[in-house]
Unconditional design. Sequence first.
Length: 78
Amino acid sequence: MSKKHIEECIRDSLESYFKDLRGVEPTAMYDMILNVVEKPLLDVVMKHAEGNQSRAAEWLGINRNTLRRKLVEHKLIK
């Protein structure tokens, strides 16, 4: 799957979101989208990194402490 395909999936989902709103104006979309995307991203990357936070942080291009904080925030670890 290419970056373009992922982008198209997100675009299609956002179009469906607006359609489902039926003219009602959305609020706080930025935070909503980041949270909706971030949790499965972290979950899948951690799975493929076999739970290795250092490796996952490197793949994501973020600091290991930042990754750990985000994993806790999304209740993916305690």
